[in-house]
Design a protein around this ligand. Structure first.
Ligand SMILES: Cc1cc2nc3c(=O)[nH]c(=O)nc-3n(C[C@H](O)[C@H](O)[C@H](O)COP(=O)(O)O)c2cc1C
Length: 383
């Protein structure tokens, strides 16, 4: 089973990921991981900290001569925060921020100094998560799966649905300060972020991740924790500040009759060699998953991120020691981290798809993974 666990505090020495269950023989693309880490740090609306960090990954185990060994892999992303480089010296926090983990964590751990909580609740953790997801991208490449994340709205301003041609997606998104596919909407979203910053406020938004050429048969209907939709939803919902997840048509499906929701089934023998195995669908409202199993269509998931809880103009709160009113704590913070969240989401989905793929194929080595997948696809074509 492919799993990962992260460790590390926001102002500690490093964000660390321990990955278990990766087969041997997978190419490790350090430049690719670093590129994703750099994208996570970027995007319009991020705070001062991002400017002083340049995240790069170091591999401490599980890799030899650029390929995985099949043993646990340890990834380390060092913290280069020059302002506070020692966790011990971080100031104590007694004024909980509404919307952050401060108060709930203080009560859970019986600790009035919320620094002990927020250091781990902080989304610095996502550096390790991105590294773990990006590590698995070459495995997905080997079997032809592409995963693409982008921003679809910020602060209620939506990117339009008129997307450029697929061949231009990567270029368009990577040129966009919002990681969107709509340069026109970018201007509105940038202005909205500037206005929020000016007002001491913050903005959330929606990100979308699409995975193409995912073979059918990943995930399972037989048990709750094996459903691919449930696993992708957990991967996205566990990203800090994500408060909603949709698959395919998502919440809109609840408002339409079945005849307008479900995707007609057809067959085109010319497409037998693709991930669809030739089965065509009039629409893809299911988002590529039916009964918790990938159906050969693109997988499409969205996550809604709430606005950042640390406001330039802090909200009313209390001093937890006196219980008297006090403005919430303020730390150097992002005004909008939706673009960064799209990078976290893209890599979290990548990891989950890699895990589902390996569950389907088994195998200690990449050679076995690809051979088993080919054998399965040959059988599925004969169904
Ligand atoms: C990429 C990313 C960056 C974030 N940056 C900040 C930030 O600078 N300040 C902040 O208060 N919250 C930030 N958050 C959100 C908090 O980590 C999150 O709201 C907090 O941990 C509480 O968890 P919850 O919102 O899921 O309840 C960020 C989240 C993500 C995904």
């Amino acid at each position: 089973m492919l799993t990962y666990r992260t460790a590390g505090e926001s102002h500690g020495k490093a964000a660390v990921a321990l990955i278990e269950g990766c087969p041997a023989g997978v190419r490790v693309d350090i430049r690719g991981i670093n590129a994703e880490l750099a994208r996570r740090q970027g995007g319009y609306g991020r705070g001062g900290r991002m400017k002083i960090e340049t995240d790069t990954v170091e591999i401490l185990g599980g890799v030899r001569r650029g390929v995985t060994l099949g043993s646990p892999i340890v990834l380390v992303v060092g913290n280069r925060d020059a302002r506070i480089d020692d966790l011990k010296r971080t100031p104590r926090v007694f004024h909980p921020r509404p919307g952050h983990g401060d108060l709930a964590g203080a009560l859970k751990y019986l600790d009035p100094d919320m620094r002990s909580i927020l250091e781990r609740a902080s989304a610095r953790e996502t550096a390790a998560r991105v590294a773990a997801g990006a590590l698995m991208r070459p495995l997905l490449d080997e079997v032809g799966i592409t995963v693409f994340g982008h921003v679809v709205s910020v602060g209620g301003f939506r990117a339009c649905n008129k997307w450029p041609a697929a061949s231009a997606w990567l270029r368009t998104r990577n040129k966009s300060p919002l990681y969107s596919l709509d340069p026109q909407a970018d201007k509105t979203m940038v202005a909205a972020i500037d206005a929020a910053r000016e007002a001491g406020d913050t903005l959330g938004g929606v990100v979308e991740v699409a995975a193409f050429d995912v073979p059918p048969g990943l995930g399972s209907h037989v048990a709750a924790d094996r459903r691919l939709d449930a696993r992708l939803a957990a991967a996205l919902m566990s990203i800090q500040a994500v408060k909603g997840v949709e698959i395919g048509l998502g919440f809109d499906a609840a408002e339409l009759p079945g005849s307008q929701v479900h995707d007609d089934i057809g067959f085109d023998p010319r497409l037998r060699g693709t991930a669809s195995l030739g089965y065509t669908r009039g629409t893809n409202n299911a988002g590529g998953i039916e009964a918790g199993i990938s159906n050969g269509q693109p997988i499409v998931v969205r996550a809604a991120m709430k606005p950042i809880a640390t406001l330039g103009r802090p909200l009313p709160s209390i001093d937890i020691r006196s219980k008297k009113p006090h403005r919430a704590a303020h730390e150097r913070s992002d005004v909008c981290a939706v673009p960064a969240a799209s990078v976290v989401a893209e890599n979290a989905v990548s990891f989950e798809l890699a895990a589902a793929l390996l569950e389907k194929t088994g195998g200690d080595t990449l050679k076995e993974v690809t051979a088993h997948l080919d054998a399965y696809l040959r059988m599925a074509r004969d169904v």
